[in-house]
Design a protein around this ligand. Structure first.
Ligand SMILES: C[S@@+](CC[C@H](N)C(=O)[O-])C[C@H]1O[C@@H](n2cnc3c(N)ncnc32)[C@H](O)[C@@H]1O
Length: 193
């Protein structure tokens, strides 16, 4: 892939077993793990890819404690939990912001201005974390919403991975509309199941 470590991860993984299974089916995969094992695999991936940087994980509140437990099993230290909301009904959600195995008081108290909602919160957090030297990564990149936020915020490099080819194609089309020269290669499965 040409890189090993990310400095900043911002990601929005599947938030519950139903959504997890539906993404998997959409991708044409055969589900071999349950949601709990998936969260653990995801937390391990985040720790391995971003051992010294800052990680932010969006999650729906019902399973947020399960995600946090998985992160803590891999030495994830929470610096901040941002309370947010999404959708027309302003459904509550949370964003875990932390590091693995070390302290970073610089991100303690990271708090978007009052009144932000949904994607605008992500935009604010990504913009607060990236610099021109940042290697940004989203392992659940979907249509590349967060990598594109990071690019617009001035990150040095943005990586994303996504298991549903159609979603990735939508993201690549967005990048092309933004003026990027887009090409595509297929990578072996990461074992994130
Ligand atoms: C809630 S969506 C994220 C949407 C994204 N932020 C965007 O801007 O489009 C979660 C994404 O994680 C992806 N994903 C990555 N790895 C997965 C896995 N092992 N199982 C299920 N979904 C996975 C899904 O396909 C889905 O696109």
């Amino acid at each position: 892939m040409g890189w090993r470590c990310a400095d900043v991860i911002y990601t929005d993984p599947p938030w519950n077993p139903t959504v997890f299974a539906s993404f998997y089916a959409y991708a044409g995969g055969t589900q071999t793990t349950d949601f709990t094992a998936y969260l653990s695999n995801l937390a391990r991936l985040l720790r391995n890819v971003c051992p010294r940087g800052t990680v932010a994980v969006d999650f729906g509140n019902p399973y947020f404690p399960a995600m946090v437990s998985a992160l803590q099993e891999f030495d994830g230290a929470t610096y901040h939990t941002i309370a947010g909301s999404y959708g027309a009904k302003m459904t509550p959600m949370s964003t875990w912001v932390g590091t693995f195995g070390r302290v970073n008081p610089a991100i303690d108290g990271l708090q978007p201005p009052a009144g932000l909602h949904g994607f605008r919160i992500s935009d604010w957090v990504v913009g607060s974390l990236v610099t021109p030297k940042t290697r940004f990564y989203d392992p659940c990149a979907g249509a590349l919403g967060f990598p594109i936020l990071a690019i617009k915020a001035g990150t040095g490099v943005a990586f994303g991975s996504e298991i549903i080819p159609q979603k990735l194609a939508t993201g690549l089309a967005k990048l092309a509309r933004l003026g990027f020269n887009v090409s595509r290669c297929e990578l072996p499965q990461t074992g994130l199941r």
